[in-house]
Design a protein around this ligand. Structure first.
Ligand code: NDP
Length: 435
């Protein structure tokens, strides 16, 4: 706390893990006296760098770039790049720390990292985005590699940005390797990667509902965000027979009591991914829906909530509103979207609650599958990747139950995910000695 007191999001993520992992360490002799958690919270390496680029009016802009290489005990660093004005070291360290546990849970050989910039892609032209990405990679390329560190997308970094980043990496290194994931299909990408985080979040929720002999059929589902994760979470909910009532962005949320069906979702995908518009434009085309400005969708009556936008977007009051409206299941698509107090409220009410490091692990797992396909120089079919994704999510769900089932039968998925993620990384670190 003394060393990281100025990094609130990082402390929040560490405290949540420490609360469940320290009692486990106390009960298991092999971890005693090794300061293993203290070693895990210190990044192996964290760099910041200058990113200069020229905007369309000819003016020179300066942003700050980052890469946090948190832990490589079980594989090369792996984790996304975030471009958003709120990016700072605290946010990236929390994301990199979570990533270590998440990647461990997938059972694939990937360490944890995260990076990005305080660059705001909103309102920028394609050429400005390209110049920024090229400049960003002109420094990052020295620190990454397909056996060292393999970045991917995150908020503000999608297929377009990955393309520009990959182009500059390839030029500087003069090699074509799987150094980034989330690539386009014609140049090394994997089928199902764009869908994987959202689909995985819903597969995980379906497994949780399955423990109550229930499913998504006819469930009222509230989703936040309207980016990559939210879009494909909505698609899978619709496929499984649920009714999606909301989507949002940082301006507010839309509520469609008739349900956002496949056709309406196709409109949202075009609006957000191609036209790069705002979610409020939905109500112009579907006037039965309403746009609620400046609010999050947690006040809408629902059975299942899927927070898929950003950290700390669901607080204690929101959790209590969801609970009093009868919400029975929350599966996090975003990273740490629920505050600590909100998680406590869900646990107290003993509803089904999945933390992002378990429920949104499908994205990085499929990135791992993309890395495998790149190494094999071979592509699996859409169905093959989807089957593997489903299997991985089901395994993570079972592992959470193994480590997280309380004496009264309630499954604390937070505890399960933290301990299971910890054990594999800690064992590898102990085997490799004090380095
Ligand atoms: P996108 O950039 O595609 O979409 C982000 C969405 O969240 C947008 O609708 C955005 O609205 C909204 N949002 C972002 N910041 C805020 C904010 N401060 N307040 C309110 N709304 C906000 O990102 P992704 O869908 O890829 O990522 C969403 C979440 O999922 C993040 O927490 C990310 O870390 C996590 N995640 C993503 C993975 C992936 O594979 N992409 C993998 C695992 C986790 P607006 O356009 O107005 O900014």
């Amino acid at each position: 706390k003394e060393r990281n007191g100025h990094e609130p999001e990082f402390l929040q993520a560490v405290e949540e893990v420490a609360e469940t992992v320290i009692p486990y360490i106390v009960q298991h002799d092999i971890y005693h006296g090794k300061n293993i958690l203290l070693r895990m919270v210190e990044p192996e390496r964290a760099i910041t760098f200058r990113v200069c680029w020229v905007d369309d009016s000819g003016e020179i802009q300066v942003n700050r770039g980052y890469r946090v290489q948190m832990n490589s005990a079980i594989g090369p660093y792996k984790g996304g790049l975030r471009f958003h004005p709120t990016v700072n070291m605290s946010i990236l360290k929390f994301l990199a720390f979570e990533q270590v546990f998440k990647n461990s849970l997938t059972t694939l050989p990937m360490g944890g990292g995260k990076g990005g910039s305080d660059f705001d892609p909103k309102g920028k032209s394609d050429n400005e985005i390209m110049r920024f990405c090229h400049s960003f990679m002109s420094e990052l390329f020295r620190h990454i590699g397909h056996n060292t560190d393999v970045p991917a997308g995150d908020i503000g970094v999608g297929a377009r940005e990955i393309g520009f980043l990959f182009g500059m990496y390839k030029k500087l290194r003069n090699e074509f390797t799987g150094v980034l994931t989330g690539k386009g299909m014609s140049w090394g990408g994997s089928l199902i990667r764009p869908e994987a985080t959202g689909y995985g979040t819903v597969y995980f929720a379906e497994s949780m509902l399955g423990t109550k002999d229930d499913s998504f059929k006819a469930k009222r589902v509230v989703i936040s965000g309207s980016g990559n994760v939210a879009q494909y979470a909505a698609e899978k909910v619709i496929q499984l027979g649920g009714k999606v009532l909301t989507l949002s962005d940082s301006s507010g949320y839309i509520y469609d009591a008739d349900g956002i069906d496949a056709e309406k979702l196709a409109f949202v995908m075009e609006l957000k991914n191609i036209k790069r518009g705002r979610i409020s434009e939905y109500v112009k085309v579907y006037p039965n829906a309403t746009f609620v400005s400046g609010k999050t969708p947690w006040e809408v009556v629902c059975d299942v909530a899927l927070p898929c936008a950003t950290q700390n977007e669901l607080n204690e009051d929101d959790a209590n509103t969801l609970l009093s409206n009868g919400c029975m299941c929350v599966s996090e698509g975003a990273n740490m979207p629920s505050t600590k107090e909100a998680v406590t409220a869900f646990h107290k009410a003993k509803i089904l609650f999945a933390p992002g490091k378990a429920s949104n692990a499908g994205g990085v797992a499929t990135s791992g599958l993309e890395m495998t396909q790149n190494s094999l120089r071979f592509n699996w079919t859409r169905n093959e990747v989807d089957v593997k994704l489903k299997e991985i999510m089901a395994n993570i769900h079972d592992t959470c139950i193994q480590y997280g089932k309380d004496d009264d039968g309630y499954v604390d998925y937070v505890k399960g995910a933290n301990i299971a993620g910890f054990v594999k990384v800690a064992d590898a670190m102990l085997a490799q000695g004090i380095v």
